[in-house]
Design a protein around this ligand. Structure first.
Ligand SMILES: C[S@@+](CC[C@H](N)C(=O)[O-])C[C@H]1O[C@@H](n2cnc3c(N)ncnc32)[C@H](O)[C@@H]1O
Length: 393
């Protein structure tokens, strides 16, 4: 790996950037694997629209501590038939990106404004499945109107993972409310970001966290309702520092139920890991405050087995609730996706779901149609309706 000179643009990686990268590192290979089954000789594209320098350096100790940025991580975990296309407009960052990726034959870098060249990028990846990672700092560079909507109208499988700049949206909304000079221009910026004006109603009616949440939900609705767009499912995940501050949200949008299921599993694990790190950080801080003295009043840590049992029990109820629909027979992943769409996104693992199915089967509330004993993809069953007996196809 080439060494680079330390300079201001090689920022030190923050704990939360590592969390963003972990999501990318888990999802990208899963996307490529899923697409390789249907690619019919075509390439699979990874497009990093705001690629950065490719490397982060520890400003205190620049020669020893390096973390990779998204384009290098992507290059390292992919290879033919996946191809990587990175766009970076800053010349210094671009030079660094070139150095860091020059030895990957499947990587191509472009020094330009992603907005200006998006049509060229779309032409280049047309006809192929593509995953877009769009990680810009603010809102102006990444409008839904004229950029995301163009990507959404592609004809081939398309997933997007982007940064919803929560703080920037909050600031622009506040400026629309209070700043007679810049408020108008900032509101027009938000019109483009959201590709609509309904955000103004939320800003006028709500404040604080409620407002943030309503704006984010509006964004997710907008991205899935782009007319003739492919993006049918969208969800968000907060990227937080270890001490619990939300830095921004990742928004994931896909046209494919499988993509949503994969991301749900990935974010469930990410959340469990984050909770552990956050808890450990809180405990360390508490202990330091008390000069290392443990307190009898410390609440006991939640018992993981009890947490799993509670989750499985809630899942069982959610599964049984599906028997109210005049449904046919269910398939394992089909029902899992239905629950994810119904509010369980990133709330459970496949293992939890399997345990819930097995318990319901043992209790006689699920009738198995498939042969064999395993509960996994392909397993078919029917659900007993609470009032009408077994629901048949
Ligand atoms: C948040 S950083 C990217 C970090 C990178 N994704 C990572 O995880 O390592 C955003 C980058 O986008 C670049 N950028 C900003 N506006 C751009 C634009 N319109 N087109 C291309 N790059 C842009 C900035 O120079 C910066 O390097």
């Amino acid at each position: 790996m080439p060494l680079v000179e330390p300079s201001s643009h090689f920022k030190q990686i923050r704990d939360w950037s590592g969390r963003k990268h972990a999501v990318l590192e888990k999802y990208l290979p899963a996307f490529c694997r899923a697409m390789s089954r249907q690619r019919r000789g075509r390439a699979i594209w990874y497009v990093d629209g705001y690629a950065g320098a490719g490397v982060y350096r520890d400003s205190q100790n620049p020669s020893t501590s390096t973390a990779y940025g998204s384009p290098v991580l992507a290059a390292r975990i992919t290879g033919e038939p996946t191809r990587c296309l990175n766009v970076e407009e800053d010349q210094d960052n671009f030079d660094s990106l070139q150095r860091e990726t020059s030895h990957f034959p499947h990587v191509e870098n472009i020094c330009n404004d992603f907005n200006t060249i998006v049509d060229d990028v779309l032409a280049k990846v047309a006809g192929c499945p593509a995953f877009f990672f769009l990680d810009s700092f603010g809102t102006k560079e990444l409008p839904m109107e004229g950029l995301i909507d163009r990507i959404a109208m592609r004809h081939n499988p398309t997933d997007i993972l982007l940064r919803y700049a929560t703080g920037a949206v909050r600031r622009l909304a506040a400026s629309y409310e209070k700043d007679p000079v810049r408020g108008g221009a900032n509101a027009r910026n938000l019109d483009k970001w959201f590709r609509g004006q309904e955000w103004r109603i939320h800003v006028e009616q709500l404040s604080g966290e409620e407002r943030d949440n309503a704006l984010l939900r509006y964004y997710l609705r907008q991205i899935t309702s782009i007319s003739s767009g492919r993006l049918k499912f969208a969800c968000s995940y907060p990227i937080r520092s270890t001490d619990g501050i939300t830095k921004y949200h990742l928004v994931f949008a896909t046209g494919d139920r499988l993509g949503m299921k994969l991301m749900s599993d990935i974010l469930f694990e990410a959340e469990a890991k984050y909770n552990k790190e956050h808890e450990a950080h809180r405990n360390e801080k508490e202990l330091a405050k008390r000069n290392g003295q443990l307190s009898l009043f410390d609440p006991p840590a939640p018992d993981p087995d009890t947490q799993i049992a509670e989750r499985v029990s809630q899942l069982k109820q959610a599964i049984l609730d599906q028997s109210r629909a005049p449904e046919r027979q269910w398939e394992f992943d089909d029902l899992r996706c239905t629950l994810i769409e119904g509010g369980w996104f990133a709330q459970f693992s496949e293992k939890d779901f399997r345990a819930a199915c097995k318990e319901l089967y043992a209790e006689g509330k699920i009738e198995r149609l498939s042969s064999g004993k395993a509960w996994s993809r392909g397993t078919e069953f029917t659900l007993h309706s609470p009032s009408e007996g077994l629901i048949q196809s």
